[in-house]
Design a protein around this ligand. Structure first.
Ligand SMILES: [Zn+2]
Length: 221
């Protein structure tokens, strides 16, 4: 297997296709969200659509990792905040770990965005990680999503992380219904849009920062 080039299993997704991937995802798992503005029940989609086992646990002592998707069965070291030590535990493939304390430190800190992010990893990146199982099969293959940049990540991991970061908010705020909702609220340049941004954040159940970024992407701000 040494000649096998795992990077070939990384989907090539140019930035301008992120909306397309989010639409494909929703068409498969929650097509209603493409019809009119609504809150996307991402936890339900993660569990019942993708079949992921979502667990809210401590992951690291420094709270620098907010989420993990586990792609193969095996062992993994995570931090137990009660015992205050790292422990090696056995996990099953299709497990997602979310560290609620670390999520608060991310700049678009909300749980739904984190869940959507991990869904993208499973949806688009599982073949890459499953193929890695030919090396060290005792250990679980996983991706770690970090609060800040990824200084130790490989190029492959950086590419996949950028894809998950870019696509997750597009799943929670799909383009057409999001624009419809923003226009309904009269969001436009040169206005004080604070209250409307708050309303959208509450409606789509995401953070205000995430809404503000999405408005710019959709050229509404
Ligand atoms: Zn990630």
């Amino acid at each position: 297997m040494r000649d096998f080039n795992a990077s070939k299993l990384i989907p090539y997704i140019p930035r301008e296709d992120y909306d397309k991937i989010a639409t494909e995802f929703l068409r498969e798992f929650y097509p209603e969200a493409l019809q009119k503005p609504m809150r996307v029940p991402i936890e339900d989609i993660a569990q019942n659509g993708l079949g992921l086992d979502v667990q809210y646990v401590g992951i690291s002592e420094e709270l620098e990792i907010y989420g993990m998707t586990i792609f193969t069965d095996g062992f993994l070291e995570i931090y137990d905040p009660e015992e205050m030590l790292y422990e090696t535990k056995s996990f099953k493939a299709k497990t997602v770990l979310i560290d609620p304390e670390a999520v608060k430190k991310t700049n678009i800190g909300c749980r739904n965005n984190t869940l959507a992010h991990e869904c993208v990893h499973w949806y688009k990146h599982r073949y890459y990680y499953k193929m890695q199982n030919f090396t060290l099969p005792r250990y679980a293959k996983y991706c770690k999503c970090k609060v800040n940049d990824l200084p130790y990540a490989s190029d492959d991991e950086n590419i996949m992380e950028c894809q998950a970061i870019g696509i997750a908010p597009r799943i929670l705020m799909p383009r057409e219904p999001f624009i419809e909702a923003a226009e309904y609220l009269g969001i436009s340049y040169g206005r004080n849009n604070n209250e409307s941004i708050w309303t959208l954040a509450d409606f789509f159940d995401v953070s205000k920062q995430s809404v503000a970024i999405r408005l710019k992407e959709c050229k509404l701000l």
